[in-house]
Ligand binder design. Structure first.
Ligand SMILES: [Zn+2]
Length: 126
């Protein structure tokens, strides 16, 4: 049967999501930063939004653009972080009959029971 998670379990979920968001945000930042630097160094800047690729640039130029790379990578890492931290499945479930339902529809199951957010519920063998 489906039962509601305890506050401790919900907190544990939030912590797990936070750790995941930290980790993915961190790797996205460095991954994107590394990707941009290597691309500009060995392929060249441009190549996005229809712009022609330019010639590869030197490490000095990369160094002088570093601030720009860091800003872009920060946005990217932050977007990943936010997405993971605040993502919800949005799925609803009926605790009485176990029928899933998507949000946006009625909050009452066809059996008359109030639907609950799946993220806040857990299954136990009864
Ligand atoms: Zn139901």
């Amino acid at each position: 049967m489906w039962i509601e998670k305890t506050p401790e379990e919900l907190e544990e979920d939030a912590k797990r999501r936070q750790r995941k968001a930290d980790k993915y945000g961190f790797f996205s930042f460095f991954g994107f930063l590394g990707f941009m630097v290597l691309k500009d160094k060995f392929i060249g800047p441009g190549g996005t939004a229809g712009a022609d690729l330019e010639k590869p640039i030197s490490w000095e130029e990369i160094y002088s653009n570093l601030f720009f790379y860091v800003i872009l990578a920060s946005f990217f890492g932050f977007a990943v972080y936010k997405t993971i931290k605040y993502k919800r499945s949005g799925a609803m479930i009926c605790p009485a009959c176990g029928k899933p339902a998507s949000t946006g529809k009625s909050l009452i199951c066809s059996c008359g029971e109030e639907l609950k957010e799946l993220d806040k519920m857990k299954w136990i063998d009864s």
